[in-house]
Design a protein around this ligand. Structure first.
Ligand SMILES: [Zn+2]
Length: 148
């Protein structure tokens, strides 16, 4: 087995308000915490080109620009409100649910659109990469890997 090492050097340019960090980590993952975007170096094994990396960064950036974090919280509040109403209804009937419906529906509300958010981030992120001048053909294979 031959191990190849690639070296590159870049000069950071401030282009948006969210920091993008390349972390030395063998895991093939990328994610956005709403405070920063982290690209773990292991994901570079799955990329074929700079365009693939641009598509990954675009996907993570799209989670912020499309306000997915705020929408997820709102969905959780709506779910929790529904749960409070159900738990309250049982309590009026003399049955304590221990807040089970509140917790369950809050989690369900927060998860309700996660697949839709990922699909939207794929689409918007690919758009960002394409608008930046990258040929994104085939990038969907990289996104399907481990981009959260
Ligand atoms: Zn994502």
């Amino acid at each position: 087995m031959t191990t190849r090492t690639r070296h590159s050097q870049s000069t950071p340019v401030t282009g948006c308000a969210i920091p993008i960090n390349l972390e030395t980590n063998p895991d093939a993952n990328a994610f956005n915490t709403s405070q920063k975007i982290s690209i773990q170096s292991g994901i570079l094994r799955l990329t074929r080109s700079e365009a693939d990396v641009a598509t990954i960064v675009g996907h993570e950036l799209a989670h912020s620009t499309m306000r997915h974090f705020e929408k997820k919280d709102i969905n959780g509040y709506i779910g929790a409100f529904g749960g409070v109403m159900i738990d309250g209804g049982f309590l009026l009937g003399g049955i304590s649910t221990g807040g089970a419906f509140t917790g369950y529906l809050q989690t369900a509300g927060m998860m309700a659109y996660s697949v839709a958010f990922e699909m939207e981030a794929d689409y918007v992120g690919a758009y960002y990469a394409a608008r930046a001048g990258y040929d994104i053909a085939g990038a969907e294979e990289v996104l399907a890997a481990n981009v959260a």
